[in-house]
Design a protein. Structure first.
Ligand SMILES: [Zn+2]
Length: 261
């Protein structure tokens, strides 16, 4: 089967990215995108997610849960302080089990969420009393002023189609807030094909700023800017100083971008 980049570049413009570890990633010479040469089909993806969640539960969900909630709080505060204005209609695309929406609700913001996974939607409804949408099909054009996609874009099996759909429902002048693992961060530079984010089989794309901006602009977004923020996974001043230093020199493991329609 021929490999084609989401930008349309054919196979002869793609080259292997890692030489060890995850060797199925390709780098596109046109858009700078790094992606897996073959995406898992839906049933393979189900199995990958099922195994990943099972491992997470086995490895002590207490610490994971705490750090997850801490990150959600950190995102909620950042969004409310810097991205969402009062009166904005807000959507979290790829809402998972709704942790961020729940944190935002505590801060007085009632937003919507989209989540493909039926079990995550069920969890969110049962435990947080928030009903998530399965997709954007019933949302009118130009509806939301702010949409967030937090650690979601690297999972997309249809990058172009999903970005188009998000662009459609975003109001003119509205903002899209994206975070994704940065392949130019400190860890990825050191660990290369053994980088934790590359080893997650559901990560289909590894972006840097240029390739992410390329695809956003191709969809029609303008004013694509790096947002100087990445969430703190843990509390404590030592961790804060470390994280913010890494971020300020551009070696953060998280790429955070805001784009406008
Ligand atoms: Zn490309």
């Amino acid at each position: 089967m021929k490999i084609v980049c989401s930008c349309g570049a054919p196979e002869n413009l793609l080259k292997p990215y890692f030489t060890k570890g995850e060797t199925d990633f390709r780098l596109c010479k046109i858009c700078g995108c790094v992606f897996r040469e073959r995406f898992p089909n839906p049933s393979e993806l189900d199995e990958i997610y099922r195994q990943a969640y099972a491992e997470e539960n086995i490895s002590g969900s207490n610490t994971n849960q705490e750090s997850g909630d801490y990150a959600a709080q950190s995102y909620a505060q950042h969004l409310m302080g810097k991205v969402i204005k009062s009166g904005d209609r807000y959507l979290d695309f790829g809402a998972g089990t709704g942790a961020l929406l729940a944190e935002l609700k505590k801060l007085g913001l009632g937003g919507d969420g989209v989540e493909y996974s039926a079990s995550a939607r069920d969890y969110c409804l049962t435990n947080r009393a928030i009903a998530l949408k399965a997709d954007l099909s019933d949302v009118p054009a130009d509806f939301y002023q702010v949409i967030s996609m937090i650690e979601v874009i690297e999972h997309l099996t249809d990058l172009n189609g999903t970005l188009k759909e998000i662009f459609r429902v975003l109001a003119p002048g509205g903002r899209l807030f994206i975070t994704t693992p940065s392949r130019t961060g400190f860890r990825s530079r050191i660990e290369k094909g053994y980088w934790r984010e590359a080893q997650k089989k559901f990560h289909l794309f590894l972006f840097d700023m240029n390739s992410l901006a390329f695809h956003l602009k191709r969809t029609g977004f303008v004013d694509v800017r790096r947002n100087v923020f990445s969430p703190l996974q843990k509390s404590g001043w030592k961790h804060t100083v470390y994280s913010r230093s890494i971020q300020s020199i551009g070696l953060s493991g998280t790429l955070c971008v805001v784009a406008q329609k």
